[in-house]
Design a protein. Structure first.
Length: 313
């Protein structure tokens, strides 16, 4: 699907809503489950994984050449052991260094609301020629300890968008995730369909989650993903008033057994944002590690590395 159509919804009849069908019908569940009421390769070549493993060991450029070589060999060995342990089809590819100059992020065509130029941009991919994609995980329903271990041992970066009503029964799980370097972002307090709410109630959902994130995790996020990917002008105005600077949506969605795509060619592109969820066997025919194995096989087979979203924002 390309950009689709938009409809009017939300308080005071504001126009510019991203239609539910645009986001949900094109990309499967998009947070709706029983739990919810061709660019440039890495500098050393697309197949290089040793550098990523070496970076994880802390072996800096200042180390002596012999020490660096030993660190890189040890890191490579550890990475290959993790790949074997977690039954990945092949080692993940190395993402290039974070860009020194961040790309300019603007609202995607067809996703505008009135006055969008002064509001946080809504986008589904990052403008880049790097052959990278970005993995994002929504809501917080499933707290699978194996997922945490798998992502830490494989050094796969991802970004989380949390809804408090699903997270509050196990904050320590997400604190452990944060301690491993994962950025925790805002997905609203209660995962409600925001365009149906007044501006004040939308603000309560978004700012209330900002306050909760600050209290529980020590920081107010700057990224917000509206539940189901649906928003209107009030949503973005409220988000901005709460300190949100960007609204990443997605261009593909990952499951344990398939990938769904937004674009007409049903494929990945440099800079695409991938959505998945904190889900388990109750909702999927598989576990979160199963999902990781499938998405990494898809991404790696297509010649992409998974990069850290925040490095490009």
């Amino acid at each position: 699907m390309l950009h689709g159509r938009r409809r009017t919804a939300g308080s005071r009849g504001r126009t510019g809503v991203a239609l539910a069908a645009l986001l949900v019908a094109a990309l499967g569940t998009a947070c709706g489950s029983s739990a919810d009421s061709g660019g440039a390769s890495a500098p050393t070549g697309a197949g290089n994984t040793a550098g990523a493993a070496a970076g994880a060991t802390g072996g800096g450029a200042g180390a002596a050449p012999g020490v660096r070589a030993e660190q890189q060999a040890a890191a490579r060995k550890a990475q290959l052991a993790a790949v074997k342990k977690w039954k990945l089809a092949k080692p993940p590819l190395l993402a290039p260094p974070a860009p020194k100059e961040k790309p300019e992020i603007t609202t995607r065509d067809g996703f505008e609301v009135e006055g969008h130029e002064t509001l946080p941009p809504v986008f589904t991919s990052i403008p880049t020629e790097d052959k990278v994609v970005f993995l994002t995980v929504d809501d917080g329903a499933e707290k699978d300890p194996e997922f945490l271990k798998m992502m830490q041992e494989l050094k796969i970066p991802y970004t989380a968008f949390l809804s408090d009503y699903l997270v509050r029964d196990n904050y320590p799980y997400f604190k452990e995730m944060q301690a491993a370097g994962v950025t925790l972002n805002n997905h609203s307090l209660n995962h409600r369909y925001l365009p149906a709410l007044s501006y004040d109630k939308q603000r309560q959902e978004i700012c209330g989650q900002q306050d909760t994130m600050k209290r529980m995790f020590g920081k107010r996020p700057t990224l917000f993903r509206p539940p189901y990917g649906n928003y209107n002008e009030d949503t973005l105005r409220a988000a901005k008033s709460c300190g949100i600077t960007a609204v990443p949506l997605w261009n593909a969605e990952a499951f344990p057994n398939r990938m769904d795509y937004r674009e007409w060619d049903r494929d990945l592109h440099p800079g695409d944002i991938i959505l998945t969820h904190f889900r388990g066997r109750e909702d999927w025919e598989g576990s979160m590690p199963d999902m990781v194995r499938h998405v990494m096989k898809t991404v790696t087979d297509k010649g992409y590395a998974v990069a850290r979203l925040e490095d490009y924002l």
